[in-house]
Structures are given as structure tokens and as C-alpha cells.
Design a protein. Structure first.
Length: 205
């Protein structure tokens, strides 16, 4: 929700992280409850995810999908590529990426919400995707070495981050020199008032 890169210094980051985790823990454990944002298979269809992309993927990750865009419309993943999914959630995008890069590729999803990681790991086991791994971590400090990834994807995560610059710097750090970003997210057309940036419920809502 920030209209510029950088951190909002008076925002309580601990409270924000807790609020985001609570919100997405609920989505992971009770995806059909109804939220102020779209979820699941209807959202995937709305965002242009083709049915064949979802074929064979566990329903748990599809049901708890809560993205805001479609990073796969930006470019094609190639067999053998190494992909990082920043804010991987229930793992849907990571599993789609795994199908595209094939067994010679590798996908690492990073998320800060334990319930989403649990859901994603369960789905990866069910799908038999041995070349997908999910790690706990923050977008601003990715648990990956420099220059590892051919592609970084992210879906609906940057809008939740006060320090967007740090997230972009981390994405650049883990990318190979020839690497690329494929991001789907929310943009605002007008500057967000300073007082609104301090309201936790506006970040999560």
C-alpha cells in the first residue's frame, strides 16, 4: 500500500506481520469461510489460470490460493530452470512452476506463515513434486544464496510489504545476472495518505 519504495518508519512491523499471518492462516485452514478478497478456483479462473495448469494439482493448494495476478502471463518458464516463488502461500504457483520446469528444474517457495507452508508441503507430497521445496522466511531476507535463480515469481505479496525496496533488492540478489522477474500484484493510482499507512487493517484489507 505504500506509494513509494522504502519503509514506513512509524509502522509497527511486528503487529503487521502478525496480522498478515493471522489472515493467511485462516485462508490456509478454512479457505471456504469467505474473505474480503477472492480465493480458490474462482480466483484462478478470474486471473486467467488455464484449467490444464491446475490439472493433477491437490485441491488444498487450489482452494487456499489467494493471489492478485498471474505471473505466468509475463513469460514462459523453461525446462531445467531454477525458480523462487516469493510469498508462495499454499503453493499453487510453485506447483505450476514445477510442472513447467520439469524434474531437471527446481522450485523453492518462501513464505512467512507456518500454516501456508504446511499446506504447501502437504500438496507437494501429494503431487509427487520432489523438485519443489518450501522454506520459511521473509521477502526482505530470502533464505537463498546469491545468484541461484533463473526466475523469481511473486503473486500478491509486494502490496503487503512496507519495505518494497528491500524485497526488490533481495530478488535481485538471488537472481542470476541473466535472470528475470515475473510479478503479479496490486498498484495504486493515487498516493496513499500518511495516516492511512499506519493502519494495520488497511494493509491486510
Amino acid at each position: 500500500m505504500s506509494d513509494r519504495l522504502g519503509t514506513e518508519p512509524s509502522l509497527d512491523l511486528g503487529r503487521l506481520h502478525q496480522a498478515i499471518q493471522e489472515e493467511y492462516t485462516a485462508v490456509a485452514r478454512d479457505p471456504d469461510r469467505g474473505y474480503h478478497f477472492h480465493t480458490g478456483r474462482p480466483l484462478a479462473s478470474l486471473l486467467g489460470y488455464h484449467d490444464d495448469w491446475l490439472e493433477g494439482l491437490p485441491e488444498g493448494s487450489i482452494a487456499s490460493f489467494a493471489g492478485t495476478g498471474n505471473p505466468f502471463r509475463i513469460g514462459h518458464l523453461q525446462p531445467g530452470e531454477q525458480v523462487v516463488d516469493v510469498g508462495s502461500g499454499a503453493g499453487l504457483d510453485s506447483l505450476i512452476a514445477a510442472k513447467r520446469v520439469g524434474p531437471d528444474g527446481q522450485v523453492i517457495g518462501v513464505d512467512m506463515t507456518p500454516a501456508m507452508l504446511e499446506r504447501a508441503r502437504k500438496s507437494a507430497r501429494e503431487a509427487g513434486s520432489g523438485h519443489v521445496e518450501f522454506r520459511e522466511g521473509l521477502a526482505e531476507s530470502l533464505p537463498l544464496p546469491d545468484g541461484w535463480a533463473d526466475v523469481v515469481i511473486s503473486n500478491g505479496v509486494l502490496n503487503l510489504l512496507p519495505d518494497k525496496l528491500a524485497a526488490f533488492q533481495e530478488m535481485a540478489r538471488v537472481l542470476k545476472p541473466s535472470g528475470r522477474l515475473q510479478i503479479g500484484d496490486i498498484l495504486v493510482q493515487q498516493a496513499v495518505p500518511e495516516d492511512a499507512k499506519q493502519q494495520i487493517d488497511l494493509w491486510t484489507g
